[in-house]
Ligand binder design. Structure first.
Ligand code: HEC
Length: 141
């Protein structure tokens, strides 16, 4: 599904400025995906409707009620690690899918759904702003 427009949720202009999202281009495909990720992360029941369930706790039922954008970025750069309990590597996407199903008591999107993919793009943009990179650090410290 290709969307050329993403609706403006509250706080987006501030987020966009705070995390320098425009350094990826004012209106490129990447920026729109970041914005969709933002909507999903902060307003999950509205933008991730298909994967959430109505509960009494809906007022706080967004990814952002349990995670910060910074923690999401750290989660991305530290992802794909070996999980001793599961005896295999777990990807960032799988963590996100598990959160839709577990803490959010919802339904699991497929790996290719924008509800998963755009969360990764959001995390990537924030990681870029925080100057985090995957794997070994490259700044010598
Ligand atoms: C009710 C609280 C809660 C909500 C809501 C929630 N999560 Fe989580 N999330 C957790 C907890 C707790 C963990 C740690 C679980 C673990 O490590 O087994 C976690 C782990 C994660 C991780 C892995 C973090 C890491 O450091 O490896 C990611 C990524 C993540 N969540 C993304 C999301 C996204 C995206 C959403 C919204 C779709 C979401 N979460 C909603 C509680 C929540």
């Amino acid at each position: 599904m290709f969307r050329s427009q993403v609706s403006n949720a509250p706080g987006w202009p501030q987020f966009r400025a705070a995390y320098g999202v425009d350094s990826f281009g004012g209106d490129g495909y990447f920026t729109r995906a970041v914005q969709n990720g933002y909507n999903l992360f902060y307003f999950t029941p509205d933008y991730g409707k298909r994967f959430t369930r109505k509960t009494a706790a809906d007022a706080v039922h967004s990814c952002s009620s349990c995670h910060t954008a910074e923690a999401l970025a750290y989660g991305l750069v530290n992802s794909d690690r070996f999980d001793a309990g599961l005896d295999r590597r777990v990807s960032f996407e799988e963590r996100v899918m598990r959160c839709y199903a577990g803490p959010m008591d919802g339904f699991i999107p497929t790996l290719y759904d924008p509800a998963v993919r755009d969360i990764r793009v959001l995390a990537r943009a924030v990681a870029h702003h925080l100057r985090l990179s995957e794997g070994a650090r490259t700044d010598g410290s």
